[in-house]
Design a protein around this ligand. Structure first.
Ligand SMILES: NC(=O)c1ccc[n+]([C@@H]2O[C@H](COP(=O)([O-])OP(=O)(O)OC[C@H]3O[C@@H](n4cnc5c(N)ncnc54)[C@H](OP(=O)(O)O)[C@@H]3O)[C@@H](O)[C@H]2O)c1
Length: 252
């Protein structure tokens, strides 16, 4: 693939201060895309901005953004468009995870997961859709998870939040069918980032550099939906969905 596959195109990413969002930013930048990077930690974004611009990237737009503040989401999209013009790709990536059994995980953490991964995600999609409809085109990418395929013991709130992401994007894909607006749902398995470093087990864990490259490859190919990596997760995730409860219960 040409290093400049994205020349002239712009990408807006939420949760770009760490992990997958940060790695996708690096990968998009190497491929010639112009970037709008957002997260709550502005210092981390500024460090990434300096790193990318030193490597020769076009000026990178950065802004502090908490996706749970929907008025701010709309404002930051407007500011990014003022600097970059059209936003060709929006990656709704910001997300958090907490592990704990239902009724044992403090409810404040359950609320945080839903506020960030569902409400914050929907606020991002909402702002992206206003922007795409005004400019007449756009590509919305949502970062779901293989956790969306089956509720796992200890992962109820997180799995439910990602099932909401996947289902919401199915509606959006149908609503935008045969239009210049594309919708991609990416469902990573375990990719080595801070969100899962404390997990007791991370089957098939993928290094973040490889994960970022796979995510951007799939976005450039404009796939509708995919697990990341595709293998073995395309099979494992579907198997998880049909395994008997007794088998799933043993994975506690
Ligand atoms: N890594 C995996 O194995 C894996 C697997 C499946 C799905 N995912 C999904 O991939 C996405 C990225 O996760 P990651 O693995 O890269 O984890 P990470 O390294 O912890 O990064 C999470 C990112 O989300 C941002 N964020 C969290 N709350 C936010 C908020 N309220 N507003 C704006 N940004 C917020 C964080 O930035 P600030 O703290 O600076 O705001 C950070 O940049 C998440 O949606 C996650 O659920 C990850």
């Amino acid at each position: 693939m040409s290093l400049q596959a994205g020349a002239g195109k712009s990408v807006f990413i939420t949760g770009a201060s760490s992990g997958l969002g940060r790695q996708m930013a690096i990968e998009f930048s190497r491929r010639g895309y112009r970037l709008a990077l957002t997260a709550r930690r502005l210092d981390a974004l500024k460090a990434l901005q300096a790193e990318l611009e030193k490597e020769g990237a076009d000026p990178v737009f950065v802004a502090a953004l908490d996706v749970t503040d929907d008025a701010s989401v709309a404002q930051v999209f407007a500011n990014a468009r003022a600097q970059l013009g059209a936003l060709d790709i929006v990656v709704a990536n910001a997300g958090i995870g907490h592990h704990g059994a239902i009724g044992k995980l403090p409810f404040a953490k359950v609320r945080d997961i839903i506020n960030t991964n569902v409400i914050g995600f929907m606020a991002t999609v909402e702002a992206a859709m206003h922007c795409f409809r005004e400019q007449g085109h756009g590509h919305l990418v949502g970062i779901s998870s293989v956790a969306a395929f089956r509720g796992m013991p200890g992962g109820g709130a997180y799995g439910a939040s990602k099932a909401a992401v996947s289902t919401y994007l199915e509606s959006l894909r149908a609503e935008t069918h045969n239009s210049p607006i594309l919708v991609t749902t990416l469902s990573p398995g375990f990719i080595d980032t801070p969100i899962n470093r404390a997990a007791k087990s991370r089957p098939f864990v993928t290094p973040v550099e490889k994960g970022g490259k796979l995510l951007v490859d799939l976005i450039e190919r404009k796939v509708e939906r995919a697990t990341v990596p595709r293998w073995p997760w395309a099979v494992v995730a579907r198997l998880m969905a049909v395994l008997p409860t007794g088998v799933i219960a043993k994975l506690r």
